[in-house]
Design a protein around this ligand. Structure first.
Ligand code: HEM
Length: 368
């Protein structure tokens, strides 16, 4: 019995981690990419990777001048924008590319779901992807505070407060846990220097290290397993990954880079906000009207404004567990049904992001 179990564990690991494929020939030379109506989906993981690399490059450049202290953070960001040659462009690129990365990440998640790319033996690829999603949201949340302006600090306070409020809906022994988490992240009684130091450490060291490790595993898995078939009835047509698919990947990267650099040159990211982001944080100042998180949190933010807190918390935590369990929950679901679920999720995200404010006004009589 014992040895049977060991054999089963061995077989499980051999299927998930086919190290016998660990060679240039298997992972690159012989790799094929299926050609069918959903093949466009195969480009989105690469696009997320590209934008992550842009974030890494521009982020390191920003580090040369950024000062992570409550007294100097805001002034250093202003200095980068107004006095450092190319500083405004680098800041804008960092802001635009973060939004593009998250947009492509949503598309990547939905297409890999619709194409059933999580199917055995790709469970580790999927679960590592979900971790990358959380880490990417972590980048967004921590990065927002770094310029230390009025909106950033107040929005962070609201975000941290929601973590603590979750405790009210937890059973006895667990009720204090969210408060500990909040205090751990916040570092002191109120949002201040300790919070900025922690967000800075998370944003520039801890989350990047976590990303390198998880992304390394994710991409290694993709190369070891090869691309999934993507559709229920494959055409049998394929193209070689090297050099043909890879060259198309790189051409697309060139095109999106042109688009994002044009945006960064012509349209400062901050010009999209209705309120001035350049007010430094003033602890005695009033909380500005209409503070909101970044657009990619709207799918959570507007329901939080409209529905009871516990409903949203339950849906969010249930959603995370469901996302992690996708390879097992949807094991027998057809790609047709998965595509319909992905389309419904995409519709929800688009409606909440574009019309969340209007929906809020409709139900509450005031803008969200
Ligand atoms: C920082 C975030 C991420 C990066 C940089 C990334 C990168 C990649 C790359 C380069 C590929 C190969 C090309 C492709 O199929 O598109 C890939 C495949 C894949 N990714 Fe991601 N990914 C990320 C997040 C995610 C997320 C959030 C999920 C889902 C929860 C996910 C699930 C998958 C799956 C299942 C595959 C295999 C596709 C196949 O075999 O056909 N990834 N990823």
């Amino acid at each position: 019995m014992g040895s049977e179990r060991m054999n089963a564990v061995g077989a499980f690991l051999r299927d998930r981690l086919p190290l016998s494929h660990f060679s240039y020939e298997e992972m690159v030379g012989k790799k094929l990419v299926p050609v069918h109506r959903m093949s466009w989906g195969y480009y989105f993981g690469g696009l997320v990777l590209f934008f992550f690399l842009v974030q890494l490059g521009t982020g390191v450049m920003l580090l040369f001048y950024y000062q992570p202290t409550v007294s100097d953070a805001h002034a250093s960001v202003e200095y980068i924008t107004k006095h450092v040659g190319g500083g405004a462009l680098i800041r804008n690129l960092h802001a635009w590319a973060s939004s593009c990365m998250i947009f492509c990440l949503f598309v990547h998640l939905l297409t890999t779901f619709a194409m059933k790319a999580f199917e055995k033996p790709r469970e580790v690829t999927w679960v590592s992807g979900v971790i990358l999603l959380m880490v990417t949201f972590g980048f967004g949340f921590t990065g927002y505070l770094l310029p230390w302006h009025q909106i950033a600090v107040n929005a962070t306070k609201v975000g941290l407060q929601s973590i603590e409020e979750a405790g009210q809906y937890m059973p006895g022994a667990l009720a204090d846990f969210p408060r500990y988490v909040k205090e751990l992240i916040q570092g002191e009684a109120a949002v201040g220097q300790a919070t900025l130091s922690r967000f800075y450490a998370l944003h520039v060291v801890i989350l990047p290290l976590l990303t390198f490790a998880t992304l390394g595993l994710h991409v290694l898995m993709v190369q070891l397993h090869g691309m999934s078939q993507g559709v229920d009835h494959p055409t049998g047509k394929t193209e070689r990954f090297f050099p043909f698919f890879l060259l198309k990947d790189f051409s697309l990267w060139g095109l999106v880079f042109l688009a994002v650099i044009t945006l960064a040159l012509c349209l400062p990211f901050e010009s999209l906000f209705a309120y001035p982001l350049f007010e430094p944080f003033d602890p005695l100042g009033s909380t500005p009207e209409g503070i909101k998180p970044e657009w990619y949190f709207f799918f959570l933010y507007y329901p939080l404004e409209l529905l009871p807190f516990w409903v949203v918390m339950l849906a969010m935590n249930g959603g995370i567990v469901l996302l992690l369990a996708v390879p097992w929950v949807f094991r027998r679901t057809s790609r047709r049904t998965l595509s319909m679920i992905a389309a419904a999720a995409a519709l929800y995200l688009v409606v909440m992001t574009l019309f969340g404010d209007a929906i809020h006004t409709f139900f509450k009589g005031v803008p969200g």
